[in-house]
Design a protein around this ligand. Structure first.
Ligand SMILES: [Ca+2]
Ligand SMILES: [Ca+2]
Length: 379
């Protein structure tokens, strides 16, 4: 375990905490979840900052739509979040990187209906012989201070804890597992046999870009991702509306029960782990799993104050491509890009980043078993 932990920090320098929860850990997290003041509805700050979404009118011929994709018209919309709390349990302040809400315009594009699946990624690997980062042994040149015996190929795997734990220390429920990769999501003994329609995981940024290039597609910008996720609606909390469980029914694969305890996930939404893609209703654009299941890479650098800088101009930002450089003051040495949508590990006790306007982030060479992607394509 010592070696694993050492590798975890030294080799991958993984940003799982950043991927999942953000680094700013408030004192409130120290409370036991059952002691928290949990609500059904997220608190938002003041008057709504959202102005109506104005979709473009142009629609390309439907017979031109690439297989497995849908047309996203683009247009003008209010981007970001004014949710005050990270969770529905009064954890303060972590969503601040998604404020203020600001006005953005994006051109139209096609987007994959689902997260990229194992069978899609396998077709790419068969055609190209591509090897993902998680499958490659880290080199001594990359990590001169790490003992050679610790340089093993692998990735981060969610490992439930035997008992309740303080939620301040994410290392308790993430392990660096040698041999974990997209074909072996939980390590060498696991496989993706029969999981062709599940999202591919253990994908680093460069792996996602390589797939997209091969497929004649690209990764979405953060603005394109959010425009699509909102489905033409204005300022709603989730990709499916304003209520977490309309008519008592979950609309996404997230986490219920006590996090991150072994057998803690009750699977009330139908799945206790990762789910096949498209198991819930699509949003208004026909997109599945824009909330939950696996986090999705976007192409933008992560900068904590990017939204603030855009909103200062008071103009509508046209086709934003992200900031010129990454900037996470809590973790300044890590090169990060934006993740969106949350995952099957997001719980209302702790991380509600399945809320459509909120943001995630991850170190570009780090992967995990709750991180995948989907692509877009220009007209
Ligand atoms: Ca679930
Ligand atoms: Ca997703």
């Amino acid at each position: 375990m010592k070696n694993k932990t050492y590798c975890f920090f030294s080799i991958l320098a993984i940003s799982v905490l950043a991927i999942t929860y953000g680094f700013t850990k408030p004192d409130a997290v120290k409370d036991k979840p059952e002691a928290m003041d949990c609500t059904e509805t997220a608190k938002t700050s003041g008057e709504s900052q959202f102005k109506p979404t104005i979709e473009n009118k142009n629609t390309p011929p439907t017979n031109k739509t690439p297989k497995g994709m849908v047309w996203i018209p683009g247009g003008e919309f209010s981007m970001g979040s004014n949710v005050e709390d990270e969770s529905l349990c009064s954890i303060k302040g972590i969503t601040k990187d998604a404020s203020p809400v600001h006005r953005v315009y994006v051109d139209g594009y096609y987007m994959d209906k689902t997260e990229v699946t194992n069978e899609q990624f396998e077709a790419f690997v068969k055609a190209t012989g591509y090897v993902t980062l998680a499958e490659k042994k880290p080199t001594i040149e990359e990590y001169p201070n790490v003992p050679v015996e610790n340089l093993i190929a692998g990735s981060a795997v969610f490992t439930p804890t035997p008992a309740k734990v303080d939620l301040n220390n994410y290392i308790q429920w993430w392990s660096y597992v040698g041999g974990a990769d997209w074909r072996h999501p939980k390590g060498p003994q696991s496989s993706i046999k029969g999981k062709e329609k599940y999202p591919v995981v253990h994908i680093a940024y460069e792996d996602a870009v390589a797939y997209a290039n091969w497929a004649g597609k690209r990764l979405p910008t953060e603005a394109e991702w959010e425009f699509a996720a909102r489905g033409g609606k204005t300022g709603e909390l989730y990709a499916w509306g304003n209520t977490l469980k309309p008519k008592g029914k979950f609309q996404a694969n997230i986490y219920q029960g006590h996090f991150p305890v072994k057998d803690g996930d009750t699977g009330e939404d139908g799945f206790k782990d990762i789910a096949p893609t498209a198991q819930y209703q699509p949003n208004a654009y026909g997109l599945y799993d824009m909330g939950g299941n696996v986090w999705e890479w976007t192409n933008d650098w992560y900068s904590v104050d990017y939204y603030k800088s855009l909103s200062k101009s008071k103009k509508i930002t046209k086709n934003p491509q992200g900031p010129d450089a990454y900037n996470d003051p809590n973790d300044p040495t890590q090169i990060k890009r934006v993740h969106r949508g949350g995952s099957f590990l997001c719980t209302d006790q702790y991380c509600t980043r399945y809320m459509v306007g909120t943001r995630g982030k991850g170190e570009v060479r780090s992967a995990a078993n709750h991180l995948g992607f989907r692509c877009v394509k220009n007209i």
